[in-house]
Design a protein around this ligand. Structure first.
Ligand code: 13P
Ligand code: SF4
Length: 350
């Protein structure tokens, strides 16, 4: 077994998935938090490993009629929303997310109804029904830029569900935002005080943090960003030691991209705890090669969505993807990777 896998014969399980992906004409789309064996298999078989924005884009654009999504349920649902004619299979449909669980659609709709003057922006880590009620969907890689653009044109925001990401964006942009009080069970555990102690022990280290982390952690971070942005920073930063405040599944890719550097998992608990760095999403951990093989072999664990709901949820996701595309083009054209207010001037009305 490797460090995180619960499978005893990894090569055999990987071969079985490889054969079934070919038989089914399927492509594997995986998140950085799933088991390393799944990430590697995705790359070896022409699939993708990415953050949630990249997974959404890749699944939409790939010609395969079946997408095998290794991640959590909202990622499979997003794939289905964007490609309703494709078959979306997942290793385990019970793999959810505390942010999705903490934002029931009916409660969320009542909250929106109480604030009709606000633009509704929801994080991708939500159900299709919540997305269907939103003006915009965002992922961690685009949240800051999109809210800055909405703020620049005078819009007030209703934000759900992650309170830490919402508060971070609010601090950075000065936007008028009302925040739903959801949190990620993994990132919510990172402790600012313990991080200070770790930094004192490793004064040369730089800190990489996912914006779902609490403010005392983000305040100490050298880079705050999506999983892909953190991996890029790990490679780019001129330092030997990096403290990483996100799910430890990401370390597999960071080590591959920045060999020779030392990665320290940011502390999740104090001295009395038995585990000081145990950041791993219990739902991402449900993704296994053997269950993926079963799903492919028997057509199990298919994401099914009411088409009308899917259509309503697609609109705010399409808007996000268009915004991301326009931003990419402008950044490429200007050759300037620094944030530039003018970059977003052409964003259309929600
Ligand atoms: P990314 O979009 O940054 O990959 O984040 C997804 C997620 O669920 C983080 O906990
Ligand atoms: Fe959800 Fe947190 Fe797991 Fe990401 S790490 S899927 S936000 S519970």
């Amino acid at each position: 077994m490797n460090a995180r896998s619960n499978e005893f014969d990894l090569p055999a399980a990987a071969d079985r998935v490889r054969t079934l992906l070919a038989r089914e004409g399927a492509v594997l789309v995986a998140h950085y938090y799933v088991d390393a064996a799944l990430q590697e298999l995705a790359e070896q078989t022409g699939g993708c490993v990415g953050d949630s924005l990249e997974m959404a884009r890749f699944g939409r654009d790939h010609p395969a009629r079946t997408l095998a999504v290794a991640g959590v349920r909202f990622m499979g649902e997003t794939a289905k929303i964007l490609s309703p004619d494709k078959r979306i299979l997942m290793p385990d449909l019970e793999a959810t997310c505390s942010l999705d669980l903490g934002c029931p659609a009916a409660d969320f709709a009542a909250w929106c109804d109480a604030h009709p003057d606000r633009t509704v922006v929801v994080y991708a880590n939500t159900s299709a029904a919540v997305k269907a009620r939103a003006d915009w969907v965002v992922t961690s890689s685009i949240a800051l830029d999109l809210i800055a653009a909405l703020h620049a044109r005078g819009e007030k925001i209703l934000w759900a569900p992650d309170r830490h990401l919402g508060a971070y964006v609010q601090r950075q942009t000065g936007a008028d935002m009302l925040l739903w009080q959801g949190a990620c069970v993994v990132h919510d555990e990172f402790k600012g005080v313990e991080l200070e102690l770790m930094r004192a022990e490793h004064p040369q280290a730089r800190v990489l943090a996912h914006p779902e982390s609490p403010e005392p952690v983000l305040a100490q971070a050298d880079v705050v960003g999506s999983t892909t942005q953190l991996i890029d920073a790990a490679r780019r930063l001129d330092t030997d030691t990096l403290i990483v405040a996100t799910d430890q599944g990401i370390l597999h890719k960071m080590r591959a991209q920045a060999p020779g550097k030392t990665f320290l998992a940011a502390p999740t608990a104090g001295d009395s705890a038995t585990c000081k760095s145990c950041a791993h999403c219990p739902w991402m951990a449900m993704n296994a090669l053997s269950s993926l093989a079963d799903a492919l072999e028997h057509g199990r664990n298919e994401i099914l969505l009411d088409p009308a709901l899917g259509l309503r949820a697609k609109r705010p996701i399409d808007r996000m993807l268009d915004f991301a595309e326009r931003r990419k083009r402008r950044v490429q054209a200007s050759g300037d990777l620094a944030r530039d207010g003018a970059l977003y001037a052409r964003v259309g009305p929600a």
